[in-house]
Write a protein of this length. Sequence first.
Length: 157
Amino acid sequence: MIDGRVFSFLKERGYLDRVMEFDVSSATVALAAEALGCDGARIAKSLAFRNGDGAMIIVLAGDARIMNGGFKRRFGFKPSMLDAEETFRFTGFMPGGVCPFAVDPSVPVYLDESLKRFDVVYPAAGTSSSAVRLTVGELFSLSGASGWVDVAKDWRI
């Protein structure tokens, strides 16, 4: 079942018809791509990092990985991912279902440049067996993104 906060958030904005729920896990890029029948690069994975005493989310393409040097240059500190308990505490979502919207406003969301090459991407809808079909512009708007960043590697040809 879709996360209640995400359900309300998307319903209020008219995007509820874009949600897909699966009978199988979509907790990893490979599993989500298989469930959706799409290329794994189109999975918009939301990664949660420490940000001082809080957290931040970076959404990047499924075929991209965080570039430590680029992250440090952009944010001024080394990337450190949250563990499962911290991820839930700060975002309200468990790893594998972290959603880039309907999160506490104190958790900034950034979108990585690796997403810009796609018209449509699929972020999680708050659970490890859901996704939502969005254009990159819709993802930017719905997430209330703090901006675009270039902190990913391995996606450029």
